[in-house]
Design a protein around this ligand. Structure first.
Ligand code: FAD
Ligand code: NAD
Length: 396
């Protein structure tokens, strides 16, 4: 084959953009044609989305123009939506046209997992993209405006967050910070506003350090969040939610943060999946497809105990480094690397000036953890866009 190999990267999230940036550094001139496809012309920083969703930050701060991150002389960028992957034909069908590939990188991210709970897809909102968080932010403000016209409707001022995993916890922290501002703006008595964080498991943040979970819950309760733990949401309706306990809560806003699954297109393409995610081999390839790499929320990597690592930005970025290396090695006929995840820890924000985390073997909480969270955010901006992006988007 004398033709230049074609690499197509689907999705410019954490996995996709870091793969593209690494490839543009590592590939020599004319060694491969690289095309990056994304449905928007910007990369969004998913790990910041709880802030613009609650309205404590501007959505602009959570997105970056893709052409500012890649070198157009080395990577072709196609703004389009992928609608189908055809592994047998080595083709990807986009809304506008078709792309053929020799190597494919799937980094299309996850989708909300609703576990078939009736009404969630139709009536709940989810924190997934710039468009979805702009909607949530506007929706929340609108409920305050509506309440002023119909003061008997306190359900307009009731906010339900379904799932107290990290996304739910980070979002209620921001929402609780936003409420006093909205109450002032709309002349609403703050005691009428209710924020419920409802969690099916016996604890918030299941699996996380119990002492830090208790700290987080205390901080959030002091800000006005009511937790309902060991209480599953059974149904969502336009009026609110029904709980497994039989209780019903009327609310005009339900934000579902109950988990993520992989992209539906992977099932449709005929890959073997678990909740829409492909269990990749040690080189990060889809089993049986040596030319298809799968990253981030679309992939499953097992830990040494045989359980899947949680889908995070951290693992997506580490996968992207190995994926880029393996693509270059394949093209050059060199040895591929195995992927070994090295967790650097977890830090979660609880709103302004408060966070919890485990870094290495150290537990951190409060203001110090909040500073650590900022350091992690800034580090990511530096990795993808260097000092200019840190200065432009870093929130100090
Ligand atoms: P994503 O980053 O989701 O990117 C997918 C990309 O594909 C997007 O650009 C999307 O527009 C594009 N796309 C999707 N479908 C199509 C299509 N059909 N056609 C074209 N393009 C498409 N993880 C951490 O490690 N630390 C954190 O602090 C953290 N905080 C989080 C906070 C929140 C509020 C949320 C929701 C998640 C957080 N996570 C965090 C998890 C982390 O954001 C995800 O695991 C990570 O974004 C997954 O990266 P990815 O590359 O798989 O996909
Ligand atoms: P998750 O799966 O981690 O948490 C979802 C929560 O919803 C679980 O606690 C689950 O028990 C609960 N739940 C499920 N069904 C329910 C029901 N019917 N009723 C009530 N509760 C229900 O999902 P997530 O929080 O969106 O996180 C997704 C991934 O992103 C995870 O890997 C997480 O670690 C990562 N993340 C990391 C950070 C961070 O590091 N700061 C922040 C956000 C997300």
């Amino acid at each position: 084959m004398s033709r230049i190999p074609r690499i197509v990267i689907l999705g410019a999230g954490y996995g996709g953009i870091v793969t593209a940036i690494r490839l543009q550094k590592e590939l020599n001139y004319n060694e491969a044609d690289v095309t990056l496809v994304n449905k928007h012309d910007y990369h969004y920083i998913t790990t910041h989305l709880h802030m613009p969703a609650a309205g404590t930050d501007n959505p602009e701060n959570a997105r970056v123009n893709i052409l500012k991150l890649i070198d157009e002389f080395k990577i072709d960028f196609v703004k389009s939506t992928v609608i189908q992957i055809r592994p047998q034909e080595k083709k990807v069908i986009l809304e506008e046209g078709t792309l053929s590939y020799d190597y494919l990188v799937v980094g299309l991210g996850g989708e909300p997992e609703t576990f078939g709970i009736p009404g969630l897809k139709e009536h709940a909102l989810s924190i997934r993209s710039i468009n979805s968080v702009r909607f949530i932010r506007e929706h929340i403000e609108y409920q305050f405006a509506r309440y002023k016209r119909e003061p008997n409707r306190t359900d307009y001022l009731t906010f339900i967050v379904g799932g107290a995993g990290f996304t739910g916890i980070e979002f209620v922290g921001e929402l609780a910070d936003r409420i006093p501002q909205l109450c002032k703006e709309f002349d609403v008595d703050p005691s009428l506003v209710k924020i419920y964080n409802i969690e099916a498991a016996p604890t918030a943040l299941p699996g996380f350090d119990p002492e830090l979970v208790e700290y987080a819950m205390n901080v959030l309760q002091n800000k006005g969040v009511t937790f309902k733990i060991a209480t599953a949401i059974k149904e969502c309706t336009p009026e609110g939610v029904s709980l497994a306990t039989g209780e019903e809560i009327k609310a005009a806003t339900v934000v579902w943060t109950g988990g993520v699954r992989g992209n539906h297109m992977l099932d449709e393409a005929g890959f073997e999946t678990m909740r829409g995610r492909i269990k990749v081999d040690e080189k990060l390839r889809a089993p049986g497809h040596d030319n298809i790499y799968v990253l981030g929320d679309c992939s499953i990597v097992m830990n040494p105990e045989g359980r899947p690592y949680p889908p995070t930005a951290q693992i997506s970025m580490q996968q992207a480094e190995v994926c880029a290396h393996n693509l270059v090695a394949s093209i050059r006929g060199e040895q591929l690397k195995n992927f070994v995840y090295q967790s650097k820890g977890t830090v979660a924000s609880l709103g302004r000036g408060e966070a919890i985390g485990i870094v290495g073997s150290r537990k951190i909480k409060g203001g110090w953890a909040a500073v650590m969270k900022k350091v992690i955010d800034v580090r990511y901006l530096y990795i993808i866009g260097g000092i200019p992006l840190v200065l432009k988007k870093g929130r100090f």
